[in-house]
Design a protein around this ligand. Structure first.
Ligand SMILES: [Mn+2]
Length: 332
């Protein structure tokens, strides 16, 4: 049967749902597990959990992400993180591509090119903007993290969630829910299941969310000192924003700037928070957060990005003043 399947071209029929994912993973002869660029704990936790399972089955598997070239230091203690390979080290002829937590194939960077050569592409994601670029799509925007969907795949497979897998799944769960501040009962139920395996949840959380280099303190001092409040923006509900310039993060890991928005969005006078990050001169990546009434996914989509209702983003070129003006316009 395997030799017949080897000749099968990319499937014509697109299938959806957890059972189709389970079936496809069962039939995988080799796999590339593709995480999104500038990976977070949800994409890496999801990818590493799938890889641990496939390895257990004896399936050759490579976990990779396109950018940056090194795994961020906060994630090196995730089980299997040291086996993550660079895109160039992934063989050309993998059987199945599994894309995790990536709303579009563009989010896979150079790894997106591997989809064309694969027999099947499995997309597992919880972003509402995901249109399903796989041959098998399991997209559920009601899930609080992609690792929740991975847990459901494992349940469908009757695959035991061992401590190493639980560690990976918890990493995505605790970070994407803001330490369980924005999530439903299913997230808490999964947390209970994962904790029962014996993982050290406080240590995992501390490593992922509460550990930063000393240099972050002066970065915050400079960045937060220039924050602006526009109380009339967003129909009078308020916008607070700050800019993180490249000079602000010199000497500290780039991913430290991702933590700025969590501080800025605590501003009581603003429904919407934005952190405008300088990627290169006149190239910006913008993180948006809202509290309760503004759909920032819609705002980000209008500006060329995407995301979730309360957490979204986009990238753009040009003068930062123009960027702020268009953001205010979209919020009006
Ligand atoms: Mn996620």
């Amino acid at each position: 049967m395997a030799s017949q399947e080897a000749a099968t071209p990319q499937s014509q029929h697109v299938r959806t749902g957890v059972e189709a994912v389970a079936e496809t993973l069962r039939g995988a002869r080799s796999a590339l597990v593709a995480c999104h660029v500038f990976p977070d704990a949800d994409t890496l936790g999801s990818g590493l959990a799938v890889a641990i399972m496939l390895k257990r089955w004896g399936v050759p598997v490579w976990v990779s992400f396109a950018e940056p070239s090194e795994i961020p230091s906060a994630f090196v203690t995730l089980p299997g993180a040291r086996d993550v390979v660079r895109p160039d080290d992934v063989p050309d002829d993998v059987d199945v591509v599994v894309a995790v937590d990536s709303a579009s194939s563009e989010r896979l960077g150079v790894l997106a090119s591997r989809i064309a050569g694969a027999r099947e592409t499995v997309v597992i994601d919880h972003h509402r903007s995901n249109r399903g670029y796989g041959t098998i799509n399991y997209v559920d925007p009601s899930a609080d993290s992609t690792t929740m969907l991975i847990a459901r795949v494992m349940h469908a497979l009757n695959e035991p969630i061992t401590e190493d897998i639980a560690h990976c799944l918890f990493a995505g769960l605790v970070t994407d829910t803001g330490s369980f501040r924005w999530c439903g009962p299913a997230a808490h139920l999964l947390a209970a299941e994962l904790l029962a395996t014996g993982i050290d949840a406080p240590a995992i959380t501390r490593e992922l969310l509460d550990t930063h280099p000393f240099g972050r303190l002066s970065m915050l001092a400079s960045v937060l000192g220039t924050a602006q409040l526009l109380p009339n923006a967003a129909q009078g509900r308020g916008l607070v924003y700050t800019i993180v310039r490249l000079a602000d993060i010199s000497g500290i890991p780039e991913d430290e700037r991702e933590t700025v928005v969590d501080i800025v969005r605590g501003t009581g006078e603003a429904e919407v928070a934005a952190v405008i990050k300088e990627l290169s001169p006149d190239r910006w990546s913008v993180s948006l957060r809202s509290k309760s009434s503004v759909d920032v996914a819609e705002v980000a989509s209008a500006l060329g990005g995407g995301g979730h209702t309360r957490s979204a983003g986009f990238e753009t070129d040009g003068e930062v003043e123009d960027l702020i003006a268009s953001l205010v316009r979209e919020l009006a």
